[in-house]
Design a protein around this ligand. Sequence first.
Ligand code: XMP
Length: 521
Amino acid sequence: RILIIDYGSQYSQLIARRVREAGVFCEMYPYDIDTSRIEEFGAKGVILSGGPESVHDENSPKINQALFDLNVPILGICYGMQAMADHFGGKVQASDVHEFGAATIEITGSSTLLDGIEDEKQENSRLHVWMSHGDKVVEAPQGFEVVASTPSCPIAVMVNEDKKYYGLQFHPEVTHTLQGDVLLSRFVHQICDCAGSWTPDNIIDMRVEQLKEQIGDKQVLLGLSGGVDSSVVAALLHKAIGDQLTCVFVDNGLLRLHEGDQVMQVFAENMGVKVVRVDAEDCFLTALAGESEPEAKRKIIGKTFIDVFSDAARDISQGSDGKPVEFLAQGTIYPDVIESAKSHQGKAHVIKSHHNVGGLPDDLQFELVEPLRDLFKDEVRKLGIALGLPHKMIYRHPFPGPGLGVRILGEVKKEYADILRQADAIFMQELEKSGWYEKTAQAFAVFTPVKSVGVVGDGRRYAWVIALRAVETIDFMTARFAHLPYDLIETVSNRIMNEIADVSRVTYDVSSKPPATIEWE
Ligand code: XMP
């Protein structure tokens, strides 16, 4: 396993992802992690991330001596390299000017890290890399040899082969560094001697053992939403503890067409998981009646969910056979853990609120089970596939917690939800058929409480307007409306208007985020 020390670079998480992709387990901790935890971790190698600071700043983070005392290979990236140079008496030149972007380094010396890795060869081998730094090392410390350079950065790579210390001024973790994955793989496999055993099947075996040990013969409760994370937790727990797991699936009446039935089919019928389906449609629709303000609707849905879930949990936790439920399972994943650790400066770990069935009443006290806490989303997906969950469920577009509640503009009514479900299903079918489902990050229909005139045969139709929304995005923070082919939009629009009598018009949303958001509410 590899220990990654985070000095605050925007790319730090990518380092962890690349190492995991190389089949090696790693964890990332803030630079001020306790010495005892460094020692306990059992690292076979350490990677020091980049960071925004300058080693010349008074309070800039230093490298904990305990990391060197581990006597394992160390790879310093950007700030990590500068801090390592500074630690061993090299010279770092402060600079206000930022070098940012693609660069080509020339390899001028031999090293275990770079030998045989090249993008092109002129006189020497060259690598196309991504630079993003202000300061740079201008004098390598004693014992280090300079093995690569660029015209503006003479010390692009420095190595101390005796100690197995390596410093890179560029970022191997970003894909713009073409051989970055090869280089990181070389570091973790050859130099640190880590086996590539971090595979879905191995992860499942290890997790199952850990869960058995943690839970013993106790009972576990899980709120199953049908989303990727809770689904994978359900499958994993079922494999580990079978019938000791009870899932609660709350059907709030704001789900997509047949969604509740599909969740029941996959888990209860096919896998034999104990799932209690709580039909709470009336409860949610009654609570929402008369409310049209989006944030108020979100709050009502959130609160109703807690109430319904708590009631079910209370019933179940009393235990039918006299065994109370002691554990609550959650689908917390690694990015949530890293983000909350960052926002608390590494001091506390708090579970992101949307992952937490927060606000459970005091009389319901559970110990948490979070088997995905150290996994990235793509790893969770691979686990899901390896556990036999349907591809469609695992690679589904994200669906907001409040569901159709925020896709029916204004007041929510069952009549509207039924129309929207049908329109949305038609849109999804056509996206899948045309191959566009996978090319968009999120797509859905929106019910607008607007009536418009249409003509059917010789008659007039005065009915609702449905909007279609499809976006391309990586991080959901910014998004571009998907440039769907007109033919596809036409097919969807015709089907919706022909198959749903209550819809007289279909529009396509051409807004990007910002300034619009992805959802309409
Ligand atoms: P917006 O509409 O803010 O959405 O551009 C960004 C992403 O977040 C999802 N979303 C939500 N997810 N509860 C959720 O669990 C919510 O209240 C909520 N609102 C938006 C949205 O679907 C998109 O993926």
